[in-house]
Design a protein around this ligand. Structure first.
Ligand code: HEC
Length: 125
């Protein structure tokens, strides 16, 4: 019994470790051409905060594969604005998102295609 309680404690603590993914993301069977480019832009520019597969990172940034970021709540223009201008902390307690330098609107459109395909694979649309 004691061992079980200790084990559950370790698992709970592990889930809160800085850098841990915040949601479980199902990967789609494949990505379309724009989403494939978007994935590499995402990996270079966004994953450092939003984590691999946009699953979020404890202590750093929220998952983008999340109902909050579905198209009807955060449309594509919200992604363009966040990349160009940054975002004030308002949904979470991670702090502000700074603007991401070195991306064109076209680059961000590819990232959006990637995020939307990932969201759909997780029942978010
Ligand atoms: C330095 C860390 C960091 C990087 C790099 C980063 N983000 Fe963010 N992002 C955040 C944080 C933190 C938030 C949460 C703000 C909040 O509390 O609502 C956020 C929020 C967002 C939002 C929601 C904005 C809104 O209107 O609520 C979008 C969309 C987003 N990020 C997309 C991106 C994309 C796309 C990239 C890459 C081009 C990116 N982020 C790179 C930290 C980052």
């Amino acid at each position: 019994m004691k061992a079980w309680i200790a084990l559950i404690g370790i698992i709970a603590a592990g889930g809160a470790l800085a850098g841990a993914p915040l949601v479980e993301v199902q990967l789609p069977d494949g990505l379309g051409p724009e989403a494939t480019i978007g994935k590499s832009v995402y990996t270079a520019k966004c994953a450092v905060c939003h984590g691999a597969n946009a699953a979020g990172q404890a202590g750093t940034a929220p998952p983008l594969i999340h109902r909050i970021y579905e198209p009807s709540h955060h449309g594509d223009e919200a992604f363009q604005r966040a990349a160009a201008l940054g975002a004030r902390a308002h949904h979470w307690r991670f702090g502000d998102m700074p603007p991401v330098k070195g991306l064109t609107r076209g680059d961000v459109a590819m990232v959006i295609a990637y995020i939307r395909e990932m969201q759909r694979a997780n029942g978010i649309d």
